[in-house]
Ligand binder design. Structure first.
Ligand code: 0GY
Length: 304
């Protein structure tokens, strides 16, 4: 099937630099996606955007170029609850990728089992209104209770302003809960202001909650340009991510978010994104937890 990209869609950057920061051995890119290719894995009819294709081969070439060992491939909303592209990426990864699926209440135990065998270890619940239509919370809770017995976890994606309304639902989830991109803080607001403090409290009071300290390119207002003589692209995101890494070093994950859906202003150089890591996790010990120990514990527990 032929698909026309959404108008203004920015393609992923083909030619990323080699990072200066050397990733620790066994590092995991714990948040990335595959898109199609649409001719092989059609995009879902209910999607809110049509991306450019971004195949498993291109993802794994990026992994090798940047120096990662493994990936966690997260189901993107443009594929709805049709997990075939993501599952195919896992199956073709030689055990080097695990995945997070999107499922409906109608998913059968046999389908969950097949996804488990392929390497799926979680489901994603998305609350970002521009990406998905509303799913009733009782349906999501039902799914969470079903996947719990497989040892899977729930990944949640939401905007910071919606946390108060979603709090009771999130805290009722019976599994480990992984928050995408720190709950999308508005980094124009102070790091010690009420909005981000609520997110910190959410993690502080619930030891089953983890966070991806990813997507500076998505959260930043100052953008990719370093100040004169400084290396700090996306510098306004640093205090937020650094705070979470320092307070919760055993419950943080990091990912590139390649191929970076829905960016409107610029497409990041993934090498530069890797060079951002030491700004938020300054010590080798923190870097190893963030990039190796934590993702391995969650996605490859049998190897730890
Ligand atoms: C991300 C962020 C976005 C998109 C999706 O599944 C998706 O479509 O997650 C976004 O537009 O903020 O994590 O990739």
């Amino acid at each position: 099937m032929e698909f026309q990209k959404t108008a203004g869609w920015l393609d992923w950057y083909n030619g990323p630099s080699k990072p200066t920061f050397k990733l620790p051995a066994g590092a995991v890119d714990a948040h990335c996606h595959v898109f199609g290719p649409g001719a092989e894995f059609p995009y879902a009819p209910e999607r809110k955007y049509t991306p450019c294709d971004a195949s498993k081969h291109q993802l794994y070439a990026l992994r090798d170029h940047l120096g990662f060992t493994r990936n966690v491939v997260v189901q993107a909303t443009c594929h709805g609850a049709d997990n075939r592209a993501m599952v195919d990426a896992l199956v073709q990864s030689n055990g080097k990728a695990r995945g997070v699926a999107t499922v409906k209440r109608s998913v059968s135990d046999a389908e969950i089992q097949a996804m488990h065998v392929a390497g799926v270890r979680g489901v994603r619940f998305n609350f970002v209104k521009r990406l998905v239509d509303f799913t009733p919370k009782d349906e999501l809770l039902d799914i969470a209770n079903r996947i719990k017995k497989w040892g899977w976890h729930v990944v949640i994606y939401f905007e910071a302003v919606d946390l108060p309304e979603l709090w009771d639902f999130f805290t009722a989830l019976p599994t480990t809960v992984v928050v995408d991109h720190m709950g999308r803080p508005n980094v124009d607001k102070p790091v010690d202001g009420p909005e981000f403090e609520l997110f910190v409290k959410f993690m502080r009071e619930h030891s089953n909650v983890w966070s991806k300290v990813s997507c500076p390119e998505r959260l930043s207002v100052t953008g990719p340009k370093a100040l004169n003589g400084e290396q700090n692209a996306y510098r306004d995101v640093i205090p937020f991510a650094k705070h979470i890494v320092q307070e919760f070093p055993d419950r943080v994950l990091w990912g590139t978010d390649w191929p970076h859906p829905n960016l409107k202003d610029h497409m990041p150089d993934d090498g530069l994104l890797v060079d951002f890591i030491p700004h938020i996790a300054p010590k080798a010990e923190l870097q190893k937890k963030l990039l190796v120990d934590n993702p391995m514990r969650l996605y490859w527990p049998e190897e730890t």
